[in-house]
Design a protein around this ligand. Structure first.
Ligand code: SF4
Ligand code: FES
Length: 267
């Protein structure tokens, strides 16, 4: 609801409360800033909404028309009326959650929503009782839009639809950065740090470690270090050592500089 220079402000009501918002904000963002709870799985503040999971549906009245929209992608507009808690909204939310429960019965975030909204049964018999992926696409967006590597994408259609690396084979471009895991709302992405490599288990990709040139300990996948070196040539030498050695090096430099300054002041 902050007014950036040049952004148009609009007035709308959410659950009967009048509010001012920037016209670029989504209904979900405005509602959350007002403390109104709308569930959202495929929305992240860094990426914005995707309109994929449909748990954030709300009822809006615009230009005299009442309809259901995904609040994470629907923009705040002048005169808009939004209802986040009507019987129709709750019915839609419960039905979406029961679909998600069938798709990803083992996903904790989905189980929690089911408990909160009193959904006890999945919409249909789950194909995979251990399924955790709701096909929200956050991992795909993270890898494509944020990291700009594009190691994973959607594949197949219908019941076969999934996210993964091309042909489910080892990725030649995955950096092992783990950003996809951080932004996945359901904990579906598994990464294991082994002695010899970081294993991106969900993406069938193993990445050898970069060893610290000072202490010899592993600290990041070598491919990620190489990528950072190219992206940040000015800080390339900082990547030669692990964060701990960097901190210790800085502390030693600082101590040396303090001693020199003290000696100089005694002269
Ligand atoms: S792995 Fe996670 S982020 Fe990717 S589509 Fe599935 S639920 Fe969404
Ligand atoms: S959070 Fe809006 S559709 Fe997923």
């Amino acid at each position: 609801m902050s007014q950036d220079s040049g952004e148009k402000m609009v007035k709308l009501t959410i659950d009967g409360q009048e509010v001012q918002a920037c016209s670029g904000d989504t209904v979900l963002e405005v509602a959350r800033q007002m403390g109104i709870d709308i569930p959202a799985l495929c929305y992240h503040p860094v990426l914005g909404g995707a309109g994929a999971c449909r748990v954030c549906m709300v009822e809006v009245v615009a230009w005299g028309r009442r309809r259901m929209v995904a609040s994470c992608v629907y923009p705040a507009r002048e005169g808009l009326e939004v209802y986040t808690n009507t019987e129709k909204v709750l019915r839609s939310r419960r039905s979406v959650i029961s679909m998600l429960l069938a798709k990803a019965p083992a996903a904790k975030a989905v189980q929690e929503l089911a408990t909160k909204y009193g959904v006890t049964e999945p919409a249909y018999e789950p194909i995979d009782p251990e399924g955790r992926c709701i096909l929200c696409g956050q991992c795909v967006r993270t890898c494509n839009e944020l990291i700009k590597v594009g190691a994973v994408n959607f594949a197949h259609r219908g019941q076969e639809r999934k996210v993964g690396t091309p042909y489910d084979s080892e990725s030649a471009v995955c950096l092992g950065c783990g950003a996809c895991q951080n932004l996945c709302p359901t904990g579906n992405i598994r990464i294991r740090d082994k002695a010899e490599c970081r294993a991106m288990l969900t993406w069938h990709t193993d990445l050898a470690w970069q060893m610290c040139s000072r202490c010899g300990q592993r600290y990041l996948p070598a491919r990620l270090v190489e990528y950072l070196r190219k992206s940040l040539p000015a800080g390339a030498e900082l990547l030669e050592v692990c964060p701990r050695c960097r901190r210790e090096g800085t502390a030693e430099d600082f101590a040396r500089a303090s001693v020199t300054a003290e000696q100089n002041s005694e002269l």
